[in-house]
Design a protein around this ligand. Sequence first.
Ligand code: PGA
Length: 254
Amino acid sequence: MVAAVKPVLIVGNWKMYKTIEESTQFVKELLPLIKESTDSIYLAVPFTLIKSVSDAAKESPLVIGAQNMNDAEEGAFTGEVAARMLIDAGAKFVILGHAERRRIFQETNAFINKKLKRALKDGLQPILCIGETLEEREAQKTKEVLEEQLKGCLEGIEPTELQTLILAYEPVWSIGSGLVPTKEEAEELMQMAKDLLEGLVGKTASKPILIIYGGSVTPENAKSFLDQAHIDGLLVGGASLSAVTFSKIINYPI
Ligand code: PGA
């Protein structure tokens, strides 16, 4: 097995897939395949799997997290889940503002901002997702959209509070579509996201905020993204559902 050439962060996002049995089987299959990896490996699983996958992944490099949360500490919010409940179940991080939450569940930057504040307050590492739609891209509004999302989502948060933040840039048109920007385009967009972020929060004190790329990542294209200077890692949806396929991304170059 070939070890990764630079330490990177690989985040799997299972979306609404897998039962408890399927998820623990996945972990059993994945761990021997990635034992030589030096990457940080995160897995965002459905709420119902956080406990079982955390238990199955104990004493392994796998870090387990959630895909969403509510902004309130607790309360009468039928069907919602609080950050402290996620932490209690074993979650270490949470994905916020994923394009599917924005599009299907009408999540706004203002709502994501509240969730982000709650995650930071309660000690859950946030992965904030931003990205433009195809229409916005074609109208040359990408920069404007990313800036608006960043501004709205980070409003009222002190730069010093953002030490644990991870930013995921995912062009919406690339998610689940098989369409990807060229590596040069991706690098340019990531650089833009990084510049916008630094413009808003300054160069935060001790370490730079990690920026990862997401959208139709596969074992075949992972290396071309990870080779880019401004890409610190990948957010992987469909290709994280199979242990073998996910391990090939983790063990890049293949
Ligand atoms: P995909 O999903 O890899 O299946 O395109 C990425 C994501 O939604 O985070």
